[in-house]
Design a protein around this ligand. Structure first.
Ligand code: ARE
Ligand code: CA
Length: 473
């Protein structure tokens, strides 16, 4: 089905936000493949607006001009080379699909691929889309044609989101053009799609569009008959009529409540036991994509507030590592660049381009890129999550600022807020000597015949402990 990633059981994807295709290809080969990542969510690959007047912001790329693969991250040849090289090392590509709308009103061409367009005339010849392909005005209940009231699903789906020209997803031609874009990407070898602004599309329209997509490419190494993976960006924090549940028939949904729960739990460890809260309407594990932060809420855009980011490295490390140790949802890690204001594009955007991602001798990134996915504890916990896949949380322990639990009999995780912990705990694991992952195996841990072990944490930057069956660092 649409909710199953196809990456040989690997458990984590990383959003390499605004990276160029050539850098992603290199990162798959030199890092993500060996580290056991399932895939990469890439920035929208289609042609987008170019806005010097706004300082070439990152959000240019959420305003489609055409479905030509000509973006700030590179051209079609570079995109294809990336997909092939990542596939070759078992790392799959997930495309950020912006198909609810085209550009904002007032925008004119050319786009990043040189294609002309005029948004006020609803004229996008690069697809082509014309005025007949946008949601008829009489279907939008708001007085100014914009979405003002999130309590009215008709308004949320049929009006313009922040002035973005809204595609008419009920129309066969529109569905076919979107499916053609998806099928082009499937032919190149991608594994799936994050559907941007899915809250603003009718689930029935998504079902029809997805129904027109091909199975994944066997030439790209996917088993035959495998459907593309779809997850839908639906910001549901419990206060609006549109819920994630409406989208379960068409794949997974983004679970924004999880990031809030993690931020609250890191602040106050006694709340960590309830990070999956079905009473709050959170998606069940097999329908949720989870993340501590995303490219919007880390900079005050959609769903912001009470969110941990790389700007608090220690708390962020704890939040991401706890999430990776947990058994809830399919996990996405954010990989960011440093920014001073919320519109600022990636390094190099001041001249309209994007800089390369340089890798330092110690494995960290330079050039203004944060590369959270390369932070030691986070990288190690990606391995842990693979090793314990399919097991559930057991042997829960929480006391003050310390928390610990096992994943079935496959792994044991512990975290101590102030980096100081010594305790004998039941690990639920087979007797033996294990490598402690966060220390890179500098510490060895003995699990006794009765499953108990001495758990020690003495590290204030990465106050985390992890052992797992078959993990040798
Ligand atoms: C930009 C400018 C606008 C301008 C517009 C058109 O900032 O001032 O009017 O262009 O010219 C991103 C940026 C936007 C940007 C847009 C297009 O965040 O600032 O607009 O790109 O360039 C809602 C949606 C949710 C959406 C968030 C941001 O429901 O789908 O808003 N998230 C996705 C992406 C974004 C992207 C878009 C959608 C558009 O992840 O990166 O926008 O493609 C409550 C509601 C939420 C609502 C939230 C914020 O929490 O529950 O549903 O999220 O408020 O309004
Ligand atoms: Ca819409």
């Amino acid at each position: 089905g649409y909710d199953q990633p196809s990456c040989d059981g690997r458990q984590t994807i990383v959003h390499l936000f605004e990276w160029k295709w050539a850098d992603i290809a290199a990162e798959c080969e030199r890092f993500l493949g060996p580290a056991g990542f399932c895939g990469v969510q890439v920035s929208p690959p289609m042609e987008h607006i170019v806005s010097a007047g706004d300082g070439y912001p990152w959000w240019q790329r959420y305003q489609p001009v055409s479905y030509k693969l000509e973006s700030r991250s590179g051209n079609e040849e570079q995109f294809t080379d990336m997909v092939q090289r990542c596939n070759a090392v078992g790392v799959r590509i997930i495309v950020d699909a912006v198909v609810n709308h085209m550009t904002g009103l007032g925008r004119v061409g050319p786009g990043s691929g040189g294609t002309d367009f005029n948004a006020d005339n609803l004229d996008f010849p690069g697809v082509p889309f014309s005025s007949m392909d946008f949601t008829p005005k009489d279907q939008c209940p708001s007085s100014n044609g914009m979405i003002n009231n999130y309590n009215d699903p008709n308004e949320v789906r049929n009006c313009y989101l922040v002035g973005l020209t809204d595609l008419y997803g009920a129309k066969d031609y529109v569905r076919e053009k979107i499916a053609e874009y998806f099928n082009h990407l499937i032919d190149i070898g991608v594994m799936g799609f994050r559907v941007d602004a899915a809250k603003h599309m009718w689930p029935g329209d998504l079902e029809a569009i997805q129904g027109l997509t091909k199975d994944l490419s066997t030439a790209a190494g996917f088993p035959s008959g495998r459907r593309p993976f779809f997850f839908h960006e639906v910001i549901d924090q419990g206060g609006e009529p549109i819920t994630v549940q409406e989208y379960f028939g068409v794949g997974r949904t983004t679970e924004f409540r999880f990031g809030k729960k993690i931020a609250w739990g890191i602040n106050s460890f006694d709340q960590l036991g309830g990070v999956y809260d079905p009473g709050w309407g959170m998606a069940p594990s097999e329908k949720a994509v989870v993340f501590v932060d995303n490219h919007d809420n880390q900079r005050g855009h959609g769903g912001a507030g009470d969110i941990l980011t790389h700007k608090q490295p220690k708390e962020y490390t704890m939040g991401v590592c706890f999430s990776l140790a947990h058994d809830y949802g399919f996990m996405r890690i954010m990989s960011s660049y440093y920014f001073d204001n919320s519109d600022q594009g990636p390094p190099g955007s001041s001249y309209g381009g994007t800089d390369d991602v340089p890798i330092n001798g110690d494995g960290t990134c330079g050039g203004g890129w944060v590369c959270e996915h390369r932070w030691n504890a986070i990288t190690q916990m990606v391995k842990f999550r693979n090793a314990v896949a399919g097991t559930q949380i057991a042997n829960w322990f929480q006391e003050g600022d310390n928390v610990a639990f096992s994943r079935g009999d496959k792994g044991f995780f512990a975290m101590s807020k102030y980096g100081s912990f010594d305790r004998t705990l039941q690990t639920g694991m087979p007797a033996g000597t294990y490598c402690e992952l966060i220390s890179g195996c500098a510490n060895q841990v003995t699990v006794n015949g009765d499953g108990t072990a001495q758990i020690s944490i003495h590290n204030s930057d990465e106050p985390i402990f992890a052992i797992c069956v078959g993990c040798d660092g």
